[in-house]
Design a protein around this ligand. Structure first.
Ligand SMILES: C[S@@+](CC[C@H](N)C(=O)[O-])C[C@H]1O[C@@H](n2cnc3c(N)ncnc32)[C@H](O)[C@@H]1O
Ligand SMILES: [Zn+2]
Length: 292
């Protein structure tokens, strides 16, 4: 008998129930009847039809909708992002990576690809505040744990993750530090000035892509052994990729329909990908008493 996606996901969550922390009262949780996560104070969160759990106590409207995540998946799985994923995988595979959290995972393709390409038994957990992203992820990539959740109030216990990924998404360093095991690895992918420069030229967008000021300094405030790697390449834009590329990026939010139409008529032979991968090691103490 083939298991449904919901059942596959329920079983993975059940095996990993000790990861979870109630987002309301912070108590431990368990999986009940393979259908809901329940905390010791009886706050209960049902599995969805396909097997994700919404652990964001309040509903959040985000600007990321179903069509945007569909477009992101088309572009991200075209090979466009392979160079960035390669660099992330090279960094992660040198460290313990049994339990990996992708904070702001979107439609889930990066986490799925990374887990698949890493050796050994890896548990992948993806969270995003946009329900549409998690809905897409859970349909496409069963066997990983997908949750609607706020990365500023992560529904997980302290010291549970070997690796936290944070790709093109906002960060909450206090939360990431809390969640990582001592010595755990944090990896952030930050867009640089060349990223999608061909599109920015069309949309007259001349400001940088960074969503936070000096992310390397911010990471260094919280993590040790911080290192950076710049990844820059161009990707040939095959027929049919320009439309989803325009649709997937916040760069075009606010652009007029005319401007978007004008861009769709253009010939853009290749597109620039330009990222810095920032990594650091959690400096949190182990809690062991070193004084004899
Ligand atoms: C540019 S997208 C990147 C998604 C994915 N990492 C990728 O590279 O395709 C930024 C993502 O961050 C998510 N996000 C923003 N604020 C968040 C929060 N507080 N908690 C969880 N996710 C958040 C958005 O919903 C969106 O999916
Ligand atoms: Zn609770």
């Amino acid at each position: 008998m083939t298991l449904s996606k919901k059942m596959i996901n329920a079983q993975v969550m059940d095996r990993n129930a000790s990861l979870f922390r109630c987002p309301i009262c912070l108590a431990t949780m368990e999986m009940v009847e393979l259908s809901r996560l329940v905390c010791v104070n009886n706050h209960s969160f049902d599995l969805s039809k396909n097997g994700y759990v919404n652990l964001a106590p309040q509903a959040h409207m985000t600007k990321y909708d179903q069509s945007l995540f569909g477009a992101r998946k088309t572009v991200m799985t075209s090979g466009f992002f392979d160079g960035v994923l390669e660099a992330i995988i090279n960094t992660v595979e040198k460290q313990p990576h049994t339990v990996i959290l992708d904070a702001g995972c979107g439609e889930g393709s990066h986490l799925s690809e990374i887990v698949e390409r890493l050796a050994g038994d890896v548990t992948g957990v993806g969270i995003d505040l946009a329900k549409e992203g998690i809905t897409a992820a859970v349909k496409e990539y069963p066997g990983l744990i997908w949750n609607v959740a706020d990365l500023a109030n992560c529904p997980f216990q302290d010291d549970k993750f070997d690796v936290i990924l944070n790709i093109l998404s906002p960060a909450n360093y206090a939360e990431f530090s809390r969640l990582l095991k001592p010595g755990g690895l944090f990896v952030k992918a930050v867009p640089e000035s060349g990223y999608l420069q061909e599109l920015r030229a069309i949309f007259y967008e001349d400001k940088g892509q960074k969503d936070e000021a000096d992310p390397v300094a911010r990471v260094a405030e919280h993590f040790d052994a911080v290192s950076t790697e710049r990844i820059t390449y161009t990707f040939p834009l095959a027929d049919g990729l320009l439309a989803p590329l325009i649709q997937m990026t916040p760069l075009t939010w606010g652009a007029s329909a005319d401007k978007i139409e004008e861009a769709l008529q253009m010939t853009i032979p290749e597109i620039t990908i330009d990222f810095t991968i920032i990594s650091g090691v959690n400096r949190k103490e182990t809690g062991q008493c070193l004084v004899e």
